[in-house]
Ligand binder design. Structure first.
Ligand SMILES: C[S@@+](CC[C@H](N)C(=O)[O-])C[C@H]1O[C@@H](n2cnc3c(N)ncnc32)[C@H](O)[C@@H]1O
Length: 278
């Protein structure tokens, strides 16, 4: 069988399994199996595959066909300027979270050695991107999941980034003051879970998805630890509610930031008499 035939078969299989972007996923899985770029899949379309290559490709395509997230099947995923290891221990980093990092970097710009904490770090995405793009920052990260923290540690080590990782509930075990507290907390209502794509519902850690009041508790806990900015990723339908809650709790400069498609996905607010200027 040639590469083109295998690609066609994999695309048809993923289509039959309801995968949203079957052709693209088939290309990425075959590229990974064969160590080729996507362009090379086309320039080498008539190349025959060995039995071993076909077996390796089949294994990855079948995993994807079971609706395992592409990032878990590939085993890594790009987030801002980093390629992070991704597996079922933590949520797959999302593009909208890159905007959270963008806001964080803008808000700590001008602070000479900002103290930052990423609450619920998962794969380490936010904490590591900040440490990478703002080398002067002293970055801490927490997670209640020991498995997620293990993955964050592997990612920190792989990139040689110094982030202090702490296992615990929200900010427990950490002492302020922080110039920035950032979090992408779980924000799916338990009742919404069944309507999510199988990739999310059946594969990503439930503790990373389901809202258990973490946003409200963090807004409160951060007041003991913050002399600066709180930046939260939120459910697009709840940006206003979260903003109002922060205002009600005494935060100032509360603002909602849209993602690239105009959805209200980030809420930022200030607490204390910080030197961070934004
Ligand atoms: C939506 S995921 C975000 C992961 C990562 N920050 C990202 O943006 O890709 C939420 C993370 O918060 C963690 N988490 C949930 N409840 C927590 C709590 N009470 N304290 C600390 N971390 C918590 C979960 O284990 C999960 O890793």
């Amino acid at each position: 069988m040639t590469l083109a035939e295998v690609l066609k078969g994999a695309t048809a299989y993923l289509t039959s399994r309801g995968v949203e972007s079957p052709r693209l996923d088939a290309e990425l899985l075959l590229s990974r199996t064969l160590g080729l770029s996507r362009i090379e899949l086309y320039t080498q379309h008539d190349r025959p595959l060995t039995d071993a290559e076909r077996a390796a490709a089949r294994e990855l395509v079948q995993r994807r066909g079971r609706r395992e997230p592409l990032a878990y099947v590939l085993g890594d995923w790009d987030f801002r300027r980093l390629t992070l290891k991704t597996d079922a221990r933590a949520l797959v980093p999302r593009p909208e979270t890159e905007i959270v990092v963008e806001r964080c970097l803008a808000l700590i710009d001008g602070v000479s050695s900002p103290r930052v904490v990423d609450v619920g770090t998962g794969s380490g995405a936010i904490a590591l991107a900040i440490a990478h793009e703002c080398p002067a920052a002293r970055v801490h990260a927490t997670d209640i999941s020991p498995l997620a923290l293990e993955l964050a540690r592997e990612n920190a080590d792989a990139h040689g980034l110094a982030v202090e990782l702490v296992e615990g509930d929200l900010l427990a075990g950490l002492e302020g003051p922080f110039d920035l507290v950032v979090s992408n907390p779980p924000y799916v209502e338990a009742s919404e879970l069944s309507a999510l794509a199988p990739e999310v519902r059946d594969w990503e850690p439930r503790g990373a998805l389901v809202d258990d009041g973490q946003t409200e508790r963090l807004a409160h806990a951060a007041q003991q630890a913050l002399e600066g900015w709180l930046v939260l990723e939120v459910h697009e339908a709840r940006a206003k509610i979260v903003s109002q809650a922060l205002e009600g709790a005494g935060y100032t400069s509360v603002a909602v930031v849209n993602d690239l498609t105009g959805r209200e996905r980030v809420v930022e607010a200030r607490w204390g008499t910080t030197h961070a200027t934004g």
